[in-house]
Design a binder for this molecule. Structure first.
Ligand code: M6R
Length: 645
């Protein structure tokens, strides 16, 4: 744990459950229009070799990776009768039921949860895939781009396929390359493969697991006389905290005794083991009904973690431990996706306000293709919870290729992004499991505020006293966020009132524009209600046409220089019969006359108001989604980490 960072608090008392669930659909209950579009591969991978019953470790690990989203699951275990595979479409419970019938016992195995891309979520398409003789089993996360040509060639050479997946080619290719050494066979096979993968293979005759990654994450867990493999750390936490994050191009051989890593050309590599400081409890629900709610409630201590040890009030500065000299930077490019992008937009407002440095902000998927103007005095800031989002990584790489300096604002330690940037500002939000990002957003906002403060001080655009005042306000944030969390009953009441709405509009100005975007994103992600967000001043240029008595309009109307202008926008909404839910500063009685519903947030410096204002929007989205019976933690079509373009 870095100096000054406090350990997580014990879990909060779970708050009361809100209203009972009503009707609605549940994600995962059949995708409208067939299986999910081909947009991501978020499958879960677990491997085990040691002395325990592998099946138990695999199922336990896969359960901890459920947040990644999946639609089928399977395991391959080396039993005394040989390598045996059981796989089923649907949730893990279907696989467990099958495993009751067909018990697989043995100390070596691999398990997988698949999120369908190539081929529907059926039993044959579930992983593991085996060779015709069943001696080699493979699981794969990613997309093999040249699988069609590989498959045709393999078929022409006599291989028979039993699935529609791209992944199955790997089993047959490895078989072709096999000359008695599984590790070498994998390495040789991968030379013919184009695409993204975390691939894991086992062979009936070998006491080892072999694995490789390019793009898709893989982590090796180190134990005593046992070793583990997983696509994410939570699967390993009950067994070990000592891990090795494999890098792109790494090929690993995992035995009971140790781990051997080489590059694709066969050169030995040394990868340092690191201790992850996430407790198992931190990675589990801690008594809350959903991870998302738990994570919303963790935000006060997340803020303490992010800010802790970094605020130096006496000097009116922050200590971020960054080597980067702000005086070497003439302009900043912020690249990120989704929620992280909105945190980046907030960063733009703050960097410009406090450090007077010009900032361009892009969603990463646009940035990487828009031919940006970059020079060596440009600082590219990539923001990401997972550190594995492919568009963000590629946006960053594009900036770096053009000569930019690079900074990552990241949550996941050891993730790909952290390895590709010159400097990393960790946000220390802890594991975020809910697909809808909440606490990572909060931590990103705090990190961007500190970064702007540092740049402002270094560039001489922010005076010591003004900085000290901001630092004092930053220090108050954990307590203020706690106060907002106490308003959940009122928020649940408002959710009850509006949860049948077809559409929502979110409006804000200045630093509250990103809050409006984030509020709308949260609502649509988990409730599937259409929600749009606009800068409030832009409303009369189009969205005003939508307003009628059926449209709830959430307005960020906290105190600040643009408060009066926001009130004018509220009046425009009211004049057209729209229903206003205002997020306002405590003590603002005026607003009660204009808005149907008011959610008060505590007074804080206007530049920091987004940290207290986003909390009621997260809770509103949560309560609406629960009322509609949605799968809050695993909303349909979404995955936690989008590692494909
Ligand atoms: O891991 P990242 O922060 O890079 O992820 C970026 C987005 O994919 C992510 O924020 C996404 O929008 C979430 N579903 C938001 O709740």
């Amino acid at each position: 744990m870095p100096p000054g960072v406090r350990p997580p608090r014990p879990p909060l008392e779970p708050p009361r459950e809100s209203q009972p669930r009503k009707g609605g659909t549940t994600a995962g209950e059949g995708q409208e229009g067939g299986f999910p579009p081909e947009r991501g591969f978020m499958c879960g991978i677990v491997g085990y070799i040691g002395f325990r019953n592998a099946t138990d470790v695999l199922i336990d690990g896969l359960r901890r990776l459920e947040y990644r989203g999946y639609d089928s699951a399977g395991v391959a275990v080396k039993t005394p009768q040989g390598l045996r595979v059981v796989k089923r479409s649907g949730k893990l419970s279907a696989l467990e039921a099958a495993l009751k019938e067909e018990k697989l016992e043995g100390p070596l195995g691999i398990g997988h949860t698949r999120w369908a891309t190539h081929g529907a979520p059926t039993d044959p398409n579930a992983h593991p895939h085996t060779t015709e003789d069943g001696r080699i089993a493979v699981i794969h996360n990613g997309i093999i781009e040249n699988y069609l040509e590989l498959k045709e060639a393999l078929k022409a050479r006599g291989h028979r396929f039993s699935s529609d997946t791209d992944s199955e080619v790997l089993a047959h290719l490895i078989e072709e390359k096999y000359r008695g050494d599984l590790f070498e066979a994998l390495r040789e096979a991968l030379k013919e493969v184009r695409g993204a993968y975390a691939v894991v293979a086992v062979h009936q005759d070998h006491e080892e697991i072999v694995a490789a990654r390019t793009v898709s994450p893989l982590v090796v867990g180190l134990g005593e006389g046992e070793h583990f493999l997983a696509s994410d750390v939570p699967a390993l936490l009950p067994y070990t905290r000592k891990v090795i994050f494999l890098h792109d191009g790494d090929v690993a051989r995992i035995t009971r005794e140790g781990v051997e890593i080489k590059d694709l050309s066969g050169n030995p590599l040394f990868r340092e083991a690191v201790e992850v400081d996430w407790s198992l409890e931190a990675a589990e629900k801690g008594g809350f009904p959903h991870y998302m709610l738990k994570e919303i409630y963790e935000q006060p201590w997340v803020l303490e973690n992010t800010l802790g040890g970094r605020l130096v009030e006496e000097e009116g500065d922050v200590d971020l431990g960054l080597e980067l000299d702000p005086l070497e930077v003439d302009r900043v490019h912020v690249v990120a996706c989704g929620t992280a992008a909105y945190a980046g937009l907030y960063g733009k407002y703050l960097l410009e306000a406090l450090a007077r440095v010009p900032v361009e902000w892009d969603v990463a998927s646009e940035y990487r293709y828009r031919d940006p103007v970059v020079d060596e005095r440009t600082l590219a800031i990539a923001i990401s919870q997972s550190g594995e989002t492919i568009d963000t990584l590629e946006g960053l790489r594009e900036a770096r290729r053009r000569g930019a300096r690079t900074l990552g604002v990241v949550n996941a330690k050891g993730s790909s992004l952290t390895r590709e940037v010159e400097a990393v500002l960790y946000i220390h939000a802890g594991p975020e499991i809910g697909v809808a990002s909440t606490k990572a957003y909060m931590a990103m906002l705090a990190a961007m505020a500190m970064l702007a403060l540092r740049f402002g001080r270094a560039r001489g655009t922010l005076g010591k006293e003004e900085a000290q005042a901001l630092i004092r306000e930053l220090k108050k944030l954990p307590r203020l966020v706690e106060e907002v969390l106490e308003k959940r009953p009122l928020i649940a009441h408002i959710a009850e009132k509006y949860h049948q709405a077809q559409d929502f509009l979110f409006l804000g100005r200045h630093v509250q524009v990103p809050t409006a975007y984030e509020g709308a994103l949260k609502l649509k992600e988990i409730s599937y209600i259409h929600a749009e967000a606009y800068p409030a001043g832009e409303m009369k240029h189009g969205p005003i046409a939508l307003i009628d008595e059926h449209l709830p309009v959430v307005v960020l109307a906290t105190q600040g220089p643009l408060y009066e202008k926001t009130l004018a926008n509220i009046q425009e909404v009211r004049a057209r019969g729209g229903k206003v839910i205002a997020i306002a500063t405590e003590g603002d009685e005026e607003i009660r006359k204009l808005a149907q519903d008011v959610l008060y947030v505590p007074q804080v410096h206007p530049l920091l108001a987004p940290m207290v204002s986003v909390v009621p929007l997260q809770l509103l989205a949560y309560e609406v989604a629960v009322l509609l019976g949605r799968d809050v933690d695993q909303p349909r079509n979404l995955a936690k980490s989008v590692t494909v373009e």
